[in-house]
Design a protein around this ligand. Structure first.
Ligand code: 13P
Length: 252
């Protein structure tokens, strides 16, 4: 059985105090209301990773993730955060290749492959993002592009390493727009990704969790998560409100 995961990507939001309040609300709601073996990951801004982790303590269900990491091990890279630093704080997850990183910070497939390698080498789970912009969807070449994104950054891994990666499909046109992919569009692309992985890695593809991201809300999560190849969600805006986020987690 593939691991079900609902991850909240807080992006660049919240003060330290607000982060603490949200975490505390989520701890209570998840403990009271969430059943089953779903994993919840809070991808907070860098400065809040350690305080939120401390606050969670030994919480069996909720853990933390970073939103990015450096492709370098250490050194004169002002403003950057290495995977070794994340590891030293006990951070288990890191988002790699979010479309905002690709778009605003020029991160390309080869760079992301290096970041994936760094994360895996330190024992962190990469949540690797892929997804097409609107013009590519309109041109009809979205499957080709997403397969290429997955190939460029993950296909150098051996099967054992690949199994440690979580993939998030986030169509760029659905991010922060309120325009969710239909469950059919999500299922179709998730199946394409899984089939593409199977073409190189065989049965290993069945073990990889593929999350959907892009305007996931409490009222559309159930339908999206019911799709055979959708193993959870990567949630932006709706992860900033405890009640809304917990309803999404419960939808799985
Ligand atoms: P929204 O849920 O706000 O559309 O953001 C999705 C996202 O980018 C998660 O990484």
């Amino acid at each position: 059985m593939r691991q079900k995961i609902v991850a909240g990507n807080w992006k660049m939001n919240k003060t330290l105090e607000e982060a603490g309040i949200l975490t505390s609300e989520l701890m209570g709601l998840v403990a009271d209301e969430v059943k089953g073996n779903v994993k919840v990951v809070l991808c907070t801004p860098f400065p809040y990773l350690y305080p939120v982790k401390q606050q969670l303590g030994n919480n069996a269900r909720i853990s933390v993730g970073a939103q990015n990491c450096s492709e370098h091990d250490s050194g004169a890279y002002t403003g950057e955060t290495s995977v070794a630093m994340l590891k030293s704080m006990g951070i288990p997850y890191v988002i790699i290749g979010h479309s905002e990183r690709r778009q605003y910070f020029g991160e390309d497939g080869a760079l992301l492959a290096t970041k994936v390698d760094k994360a895996l080498a330190q024992g962190l789970t990469p949540i690797f993002c892929c997804g097409e912009p609107l013009d590519i969807r309109e041109k009809g070449t979205h499957e080709q592009l997403v397969k290429q994104q997955v190939e460029e950054s993950l296909f150098h891994l051996n099967a054992e390493a690949l199994q440690k990666v979580v993939i998030a499909y986030e169509p760029v046109w659905a991010i922060g727009t309120g325009k969710t992919a239909t469950s059919q569009q999500a299922q179709d692309m998730h199946a394409v990704i899984r089939k593409h992985i199977a073409s190189k890695y065989g049965a290993v593809a069945e073990n990889i969790s593929i999350l959907y991201g892009g305007s996931v809300k409490a009222d559309n999560a159930k339908e999206l998560f019911a799709c055979a190849d959708v193993d959870g969600g990567l949630v932006g805006g709706a992860s900033l409100k405890s009640r809304e986020f917990v309803e999404i987690v419960k939808a799985i």
